[in-house]
Design a protein around this ligand. Sequence first.
Ligand code: PHE
Length: 451
Amino acid sequence: MARSSIHGQWSSRWVFILAATGSAVGLGNIWRFPYLTGENGGAAFVLLYLGCIAAVGVPLLMAEIMLGRRGRQSPIHSFESLAQDESLSRNWRWLGAMGVVAGFMILSFYSVVAGWSLAYVFYTGSGMFADITVEGAGERFNAMIGSAETLLAWHTVFMVMTAIIVGRGVQSGLEQAVKYLMPALFILLIAMVGYAMGTGDFGAAISYLFHPDFSKLTNKTVLEALGQAFFSLSLGMGAILTYGSYLSDNTSIPHTSVIIALADTAVALLAGLAVFPIVFAYGLEPSSGPGLVFVSLTLAFAHMPFGQVFGCLFFILLTVAAWTSAISLLEPATAWLVERLKWRRRHAVIWTGTIAWVMGIGSLLSFNHWDSVKFFGKNFFDSMEFISTSVMLPVGGLLIAVFAGWRMSRASSSDELRMQSTLGYSVWRVLTRYVAPAGVVLVFLNALGIL
Ligand code: PHE
């Protein structure tokens, strides 16, 4: 029954690990994790997030890679074929389709934020932040998001960058980008933590991030922690499934999954440790929202030696991290068009990239011209972010767990996972069948106020 992918294969296990880590590590870790932590009061949120990664994230990461490698196609077609193998309903393909929609929604706001990072490469590099004050850093950020033209320009540049790589084919396009740049980002982040330790209020940051105050937990916090776990590991929409479909048969899925999850979590925590000491030292508001990282790190770069160089480098690497994630958001829909309509990749990506680009315009306008247009109290950007990450990814993840744990036969999943220890396999199965679905359902009931 072994299938092969028409899109090719990763050239080695390391390349897969780098690509999947490239997908996982991105704005979710460095931009979203610190600002959500700040909005949700700190350590209690961090703890919940870590719990979700371990109990739900890792088993689902394994499940998605496993389904992708067995299906060997884009999510929609993989679910269709796998359902056929197990004599299940063809309707499972709608699960893949929901992932494609979620991918467009995420990419639409993701590209706008990646555009901020691109803009900051030039702002920091030009030296305009030298000796800037707290107010100045905030004003600069607000001036940027207040200008629709500026946001549109950077959003467009970023989307074109993403489409070019997806159009070239993920392997040749992506392998080069991740091999050197991801490790460089990691090292620079450690240097930033070192700087924050020396000059910021490190003690306050540690206690904020790691001494939980459970009275700060609300229903919304729990839901956002779960959504962030999915978002950060790129789960629930088929990005990792698609990357799994290019994985060679002899790679160990459990080992690679653990490496990816550890790297992803480490980057998020490092970002928190780099940002919060600065936030407290300068008296910034932890709950100030999406601008938090940009404003706080600008202040750090403004006052550190060679800050102009470091700042510019940091935002270049952040852009690359966003880029390798955005590629994985656009890949499932593009691969589906190539399979379905036999289009060339370059042709397909013009369509998918354009759809995501147009949707992104709604997101960028919500910081300026449309800032008073609200749906249920949220602007377009916040609505996209909330519906895709806090609703669609967990629902997608729940259904993926049901498919992999309940609908797919034990023989198929154990054959594909090929775990050496039967205990390991049993643990995965229990987590996938019971813990992950129950976790998602409980969090939803809690968010709806039923629990
Ligand atoms: N994991 C990416 C990040 O943390 C975002 C992402 C979500 C990518 C879903 C692909 C799929 O930045």
